[in-house]
Design a protein around this ligand. Structure first.
Ligand code: KIV
Ligand code: ZN
Length: 516
């Protein structure tokens, strides 16, 4: 093992949670939320953070700029189409990162995209790509070019494009599997082909960017690394368009765990992986499936007696990596009503919640109130408190108070008092059930008519005294938004989630780079 390790090649980790990941339905984040994720990525020591698509909206521009101004260490990339306008705007936001600012420009190269989307000939595609890279290189030498839908591109043409953009100044060339179509052996051969047929290929880093439509994004990325790729583009929890992107934690932990047969390493501090996964899930409301590799709730749970026995005798019988290696502390510190501020802050930090003094105060008050109701406070409760009290978008609509009467004797009635733009309004409404009545009352007061796409409730931890958590997915003005709320009363949690989604829905609509 040590021999392989000595010769290990460094693989660069390019995280695109804030750009491609944000294109997951319902995953849009505001600037403050993006910054929190960026800080966690900085702690994890990823090589590149793709912070957004600056020209897509004012909000995206500001987020990329803020990340570029604030984050130290990782390079900061911004996505730009192959046009002067995009590239100029992109650099406006990225320039604050100085030498660490990376312009990531892209253009499709497959026949299907050239014919139906771009309506361009091969020569026009090459000329446009070269022009874009030259323009970007006028701002910074740190330029990445992506051949969108590379996997469905004829290889001789792909090789020509790659050679031309490297000549024009691209330091990184990305070969995306935009539609998640390839399989490991095919992708390996594509990367090998480029290594063997592009004369100047050694002047650039080959990057790979895999989508997960066939569930092969991690396997494909690893095959590409074995063929000579030097950068992997990925997202926390594998979030992203459609079935998502290659998952950062899976690719990084595979490289770490199988160094015995794969001579590669990354700079990622894997001990921060679990916190990153939790933080993202708290912010977006996208729950991690329990059986998800590395970060799922069951990933390190040994249920079967024979496994438990084995693990107790010798961990390596059934454990190929330790929970500690991803920052999952096996001896979870459970807090209770006697826990002090110190223990509370320490646990929040371990969970990836680096809060301001003011936010700690808000969360602590909420923690004490919950601890009065509940004997033990688990990590999940703390995540919910942070999500509910701190991780908030600006609130135009606030819940002041509410009460609901329901049961088998009378029609369910919700009395709801909201503060909307500083004005307090109150109404009482009948409904088919307590949640229906509550949502109707909120709609009446806000005069908003969102479409309810999904409604889910659950208890965060066990017991009848547990915090209830509600998630709603709404369509507001044609845009999908997720809202979350937590409270020991599940109807109040539902109202909070509904209001949270309405507040999110009011922030500006964004555009998707593939549709532009
Ligand atoms: O999937 C893709 O092709 C992309 C590019 C814009 C890099 O996200
Ligand atoms: Zn993508």
């Amino acid at each position: 093992m040590s021999k392989v390790k000595d010769q290990a090649k460094m693989i660069r980790i390019f995280d695109t949670t804030l750009r491609d990941g944000e294109q997951s339905p319902g995953a849009s984040m505001n600037i403050e939320e993006k910054l929190r994720i960026a800080h966690q990525l900085e702690k994890m020591n990823v090589d590149v953070i793709e912070a957004g698509f600056p020209i897509a909206s004012e909000g995206d521009f500001e987020a990329v700029k803020k990340v570029a101004q604030t984050i130290q260490g990782p390079e900061i990339a911004g996505l730009c189409r192959a046009s002067d306008m995009d590239i100029d705007r992109g650099w406006e936001a990225l320039k604050y990162a100085g030498e660490r600012g990376r312009i990531h420009t892209f253009l499709a190269t497959s026949d299907i995209h050239m014919k139906y989307k771009l309506k361009m000939s091969e020569q026009q595609v090459i000329d446009t790509a070269v022009k874009a890279v030259r323009r970007a290189a006028g701002y910074t030498p740190n330029v990445e070019f992506s051949a969108e839908d590379a996997v469905r591109t004829r290889l001789p043409f792909l090789a020509k494009v790659v050679q031309a953009v490297i000549e024009a100044g691209a330091r990184t060339v990305n070969i995306p599997d935009t539609v998640g179509y390839t399989i490991p052996s095919e992708y390996f051969n594509i990367i090998r082909y480029l290594k063997e047929n592009v004369p100047n290929i050694e002047q650039a880093v080959i990057s790979v960017h895999c989508h997960n439509d066939l569930g092969l994004s991690v396997a494909n990325s690893l095959a590409a690394v074995q063929a000579g790729a030097g950068q992997v583009e990925c997202t926390i929890n594998g979030i992203g368009e459609r079935a998502g992107n290659c998952s950062l934690e899976e690719v990084v932990m595979t490289l770490r765990t199988r160094r015995d047969i794969m001579p590669y390493e990354t700079r990622v501090n894997t001990e921060h992986i679990y916190a990153a996964s939790r933080l993202l899930s708290t912010i977006t409301g996208i729950v991690v499936q329990p059986n998800k590799a590395i970060v799922g709730a069951n990933a390190f749970a040994h249920e079967a007696g024979i496994h438990q026995h084995g693990v107790l005798m010798e961990k390596s019988t059934y454990e190929i990596m330790t929970p500690e290696s991803i920052g999952l502390n096996a001896n979870k510190l459970v807090l209770g009503k006697h826990s002090g501020r110190h223990a509370f802050i320490a646990r929040l930090k371990e969970l990836g919640h680096d809060l301001s003094k003011e936010d700690i105060e808000k969360a602590f008050v909420r923690f004490k109130a919950l601890a009065d109701l509940k004997k033990e406070i688990f990590d999940e409760d703390l995540d919910a408190i942070v999500a509910d009290e701190v991780v908030r978008i600006p609130e135009v609509i606030k819940l002041v108070q509410m009460s609901v009467s329901s049961g088998s004797f009378s029609a369910p009635t919700a009395t709801v008092e909201l503060e909307i733009n500083g004005k307090v309004k109150k109404t009482a409404v009948l409904g088919d059930g307590p949640v229906d009545a509550t949502f109707k009352a909120i709609k009446k007061l806000t005069k908003m008519e969102p479409k309810l796409l999904h409604f889910g409730i659950g208890s965060i931890t066990g017991g009848t005294d547990a915090l209830g958590e509600c998630t709603v997915r709404l369509e507001v003005d044609g845009r999908e938004v997720l809202g979350q709320g937590a409270h020991s009363d599940i109807i109040v949690a539902s109202a909070k989630a509904f209001i949270n989604a309405l507040n999110k829905g009011m922030s500006k609509a964004k555009k998707n780079p593939h549709q532009l």
